[in-house]
Design a protein around this ligand. Structure first.
Ligand SMILES: Nc1ncnc2c1ncn2[C@@H]1O[C@H](COP(=O)(O)OP(=O)(O)OP(=O)(O)O)[C@@H](O)[C@H]1O
Length: 305
């Protein structure tokens, strides 16, 4: 892929706050046109600090950013009309109705979509005349998204877009984001929901303490992680009786096996259990998920490494 196909390029990006704390410490990644890219990370990892720089809200302490070929901070006027931003807290006057709020926003947007179209996109058409303060938390998130879509953005920044949405609302938002991507919109999102990143992202980066620790497609990120098998042994069978080739960790009778070849390890375990007439209570075997990858990183944090 040539550099022009990348809509966002970030190279050795740094952000420092007053007092000298460095929240972003040399992050690099690129997002291609029509791609959904997710930034994942523990609380305080530096996701919002990064996204704000991409949106041109602050100047980086180091490194470079190009959004649609421009520096989003210095060339804000060239970039701003072509991007849509959904912030974590929209903060709109709560006495206005949904339509009034969207009209107010539309007034600041060039070539805006008709307000009813934007509201229909996010499933808020039936709430058009309701005051913002009467909306549920999930409906407010949808309004934030409708406002981000008003300007038909080429690049859409979504900071935790489905926080507060119920399961159906979350799926509707995923469908909408996919449809926007399929129509050519480039999407950069941050999320706390690992399932959301797994379902939605074409590629993702996990940020930890201001640095990218893993990046790739969801399948690539999980491929290097071990699968796990969990079960409990009957009280009369000590963990030491398990085949030595299975790398098992025991907590009393509760066993966890980690393996890079789930089929072989599971086959060996079941063969041993059948031969020894042992019942494996609560047997659960699963491939590595993004959650596992993420928890491993979060645990490093707890261990203070
Ligand atoms: N204005 C600020 N001044 C000083 N430090 C800040 C400021 N804003 C954020 N930070 C610090 O920078 C770090 C990164 O914060 P940031 O909000 O970017 O993380 P995040 O990954 O978005 O977290 P979360 O998932 O909790 O939203 C945190 O340690 C935070 O306390």
């Amino acid at each position: 892929m040539t550099t022009d196909q990348y809509v966002i390029t970030v190279d050795e990006l740094r952000r420092r706050y007053a007092g000298g704390f460095e929240a972003v410490s040399g992050i690099s990644f690129s997002v291609a046109r029509g791609e959904i890219f997710a930034l994942l990370g523990t609380n305080g990892a530096g996701k919002t600090s990064t996204v704000e720089l991409l949106e041109g809200l602050a100047a980086p302490a180091g490194g470079t950013i190009r959004v649609l070929g421009h520096d989003p901070y210095r060339e804000r006027r060239a970039v701003r009309p072509r991007i849509g931003v959904m912030l974590q807290e929209g903060g709109f006057p709560s006495d206005l109705t949904v339509t009034e709020t969207a009209r107010m926003w539309s007034g600041c947007t060039s070539d805006a979509r008709p307000v009813p179209e934007a509201l229909a996109l996010v499933g808020l058409g039936h709430r058009a005349k309701v005051r913002v303060k009467q909306l549920s938390g999930g409906e407010r998130r949808r309004l934030d998204l409708a406002l981000a879509l008003l300007g038909r953005p080429e690049v859409l920044f979504l900071d935790e877009p489905t926080t507060g949405l119920d399961a159906e609302g979350r799926r509707d938002t995923w469908d909408l984001v996919r449809a926007l991507r399929d129509a050519g919109t480039t999407v950069l999102l941050t999320t706390h929901y690992l399932e959301e990143a797994e379902q939605l992202a074409d590629r993702l980066a996990i940020i930890h303490r201001g640095r990218i620790v893993t990046t790739g497609t969801p399948a690539e990120v999980t491929a290097s992680r071990p699968a796990r098998i969990r079960f409990a042994l009957p009280a009369e069978v000590p963990a030491g009786h398990l085949p030595l080739s299975l790398r098992a960790a025991a907590d009393g009778q509760r066993i966890e096996i980690r393996t890079h070849d789930l089929q072989e390890s599971l086959g060996e375990l079941l063969h041993w259990a059948a031969q020894a007439s042992v019942r494996l209570e609560g047997l659960d075997a699963r491939s590595a998920s993004l959650e596992e990858a993420f928890l491993e990183i979060a645990q490093t944090d707890l261990a203070g490494v």
